[in-house]
Design a protein around this ligand. Structure first.
Ligand code: HXC
Ligand code: NAP
Length: 308
């Protein structure tokens, strides 16, 4: 379902006209709402994911929900774990109106697991998307921007675990921390080119993808900071509008002097509670087996829908 109306955005109509933004994983969840905000404000938005049907349906849905918008949403089936597939996707985007002006590294995979239960393939399943895939997309875009002398804004969606670790989500926490380092490094290295890098570290924003793998039993108090909001200083989860407005701010050229920063949007949860899954220390074998079975069922369902 489309989530936003123009009144949900703090910016003037047409603010993002002329902006061309790629949002990886833009077919669902946070990526979808950021795509919608950019569309409403007049941007040309590209969304990609492995499930071609999902990104296509999202593009159609958002365009139908906002017929007044000057921009557009274009869907592309792409697996960002495959560098050649990324190049092919970027070729299509560049030939559909020129260089991107913004990239949101949003695509991710994640699941809760005791670290001693992970296999190398389990680690790779996360790291290949988040750590390697996001870097490949950034690198390919960066080479094109540098060659063409174009400015751009890159926003990577991290977690607050980059500051204090992610027990039971170690491959994700390690990968997100790697991306944080990428952003800090390239903010300096590519600042001269007008290419800047910032990160958003969201707290809990309920999405299907997040709930299925991080709170698989859907119980009230399993996810610590992610299902029990009593520890959150604001007593609630995030509102998608809050995230969308922050993303637009960082993508727009008028925030151009903001470079190399990570902004948490979590109600101060991580300062108050750690913001991670440390409370899962109370789980035993039975809970972990049940969680893994529930996560595996979700993974199998998603795999069946992948077109790339
Ligand atoms: C241990 C597990 C596991 C689990 C999978 N594996 N689930 N290991 N515990 N719960 C292992 C498998 O056993 C296998 O290793 C390997 O991982 C690959 O599993 P597949 O099911 O074949 O993986 P695949 O189909 O490629 O799926 C990739 C995925 C999946 C990352 C595992 O979750 C996915 O596609 N996710 C995309 C969407 C998503 O995760 N969104 C959530 C983002 S939310 P072996 O050795 O057995 O073969 C998010 C929020 C962060 O990041 C912050 C929250 C507040
Ligand atoms: P989500 O709906 O599951 O989004 C993940 C998206 O990534 C999906 O659309 C998925 O589509 C895509 N994706 C995964 N692997 C891909 C690949 N190899 N190539 C291309 N696309 C791929 O989850 P979400 O909650 O919106 O999460 C979005 C981002 O926010 C992630 O970076 C997540 O870590 C971060 N985050 C979320 C929360 C939260 O509370 N929701 C909190 C902190 C951080 P396909 O499966 O079709 O490929």
């Amino acid at each position: 379902m489309a989530e936003l109306t123009p009144d949900d955005l703090m910016f003037r109509p047409g603010l993002m006209k002329g902006e061309r933004i790629l949002i990886t994983g833009g077919g669902t969840g946070l990526g979808k709402v950021m795509a919608e905000a950019c569309l409403i404000l007049g941007a040309e938005v590209y969304i990609c994911g492995r499930r071609g049907g999902v990104v296509e349906a999202t593009a159609k849905e958002l365009m139908a929900a906002h017929p007044e918008a000057a921009g557009k949403v274009v869907s592309l089936a792409c697996d960002i774990r495959v560098p050649e597939a990324i190049s092919e996707m970027l070729d299509k985007i560049w030939s559909d109106g020129g260089a991107l002006t913004g990239l949101v590294n949003n695509a991710a995979g994640n699941f809760i697991s005791r670290t001693q239960d992970l296999s190398p393939r389990g680690f790779d399943a996360i790291a290949n998307i988040v750590f390697r895939g996001s870097f490949f997309v950034t690198l390919d875009c960066g080479k094109r921007w540098i060659a063409e002398g174009k400015r751009a804004s890159v926003v990577s969606i991290l977690t607050t675990w980059v500051w204090n670790g992610g027990p039971y989500t170690v491959p994700s926490a390690m990968s997100k921390a790697g991306l944080a380092t990428m952003s800090q490094s390239l903010a300096v290295e590519w600042g001269d080119y007008g290419i800047r890098f910032n990160n958003i570290a969201p707290g809990p924003f309920p999405t299907e993808g997040m709930s299925a793998r991080l709170n698989p039993s859907q119980a009230e108090d399993t996810g610590g900071a992610y299902s029990d909001m009593t520890g959150n200083p604001m007593g609630r989860v995030g509102d998608m509008r809050e995230l969308a407005n922050l993303a637009v701010y960082l993508l727009h050229p008028l925030s151009a002097y903001v470079n190399g920063q990570t902004i948490a949007i979590d109600g101060a949860a991580w300062q108050a509670t750690g913001g991670n899954f440390s409370r899962l220390r109370s789980w035993g074998d039975a809970e972990w087996t049940a969680a893994r079975e529930a996560i595996s069922a979700t993974n199998a369902k998603d795999r069946a829908a992948r077109t790339v």
